[in-house]
Each structure stands twice: as C-alpha cells, then as structure tokens.
Design a protein around this ligand. Structure first.
Ligand code: SF4
Length: 78
C-alpha cells in the first residue's frame, strides 16, 4: 500500500487489486503511472490540477484499488 498526502486529500494505492486498466493514469497522468508490471504507482512528486482531478481519477478505478480520504479522515472514494 503506497500512500501520498496532497494538501487536503490522502490517496492510498492497493496494488494487489490493480488490474492495470490505466483509467487513473489517463485521468491524472501527473499523479499515477503504470510500472513495468502494469501495476499503478505514484509518479515522483505527484501533482494534480485540483482535488476533483484526483477524486475523479480514483473513482474511475474499476476494482476500487484507489482509496481517498479528506483531511477529516472521511473516505471519499470508493
Ligand atoms: S484505474 Fe485502478 S485498475 Fe486501473 S490502473 Fe488505476 S488503480 Fe489500476
């Protein structure tokens, strides 16, 4: 489980669930990339346009491998 803290969001990757569909990468290429095993990982120094981009990208995951919490600890995705 890799975790990255944005200003107001925390994103967790459950690599065991990822099937490499690339949806999140296409939506937020400044945040996610696929590794050589076709499993998602964070890029170096992830940068998102805004929170909505991150939330939308994580919502597009077909297997709920991307978990998002806000600063209050409330789970936003999935
Ligand atoms: S959308 Fe989900 S399954 Fe597809 S690459 Fe991203 S984390 Fe993996």
């Amino acid at each position: 489980m890799a975790t990255h803290d944005f200003d107001t969001l925390t994103v967790e990757i459950d690599e065991a669930l990822c099937i490499g569909s690339g949806n999140c990468v296409n939506m937020a290429p400044g945040v996610f990339q696929l590794n050589e095993e076709n499993v998602v990982e964070f890029v170096d120094d992830p940068q998102a346009t805004d929170d909505e981009e991150v939330i939308e990208a994580c919502n597009l995951c077909p297997v709920d491998a991307l978990i998002v919490h806000n600063a209050d600890g409330e789970q936003l995705v999935p």
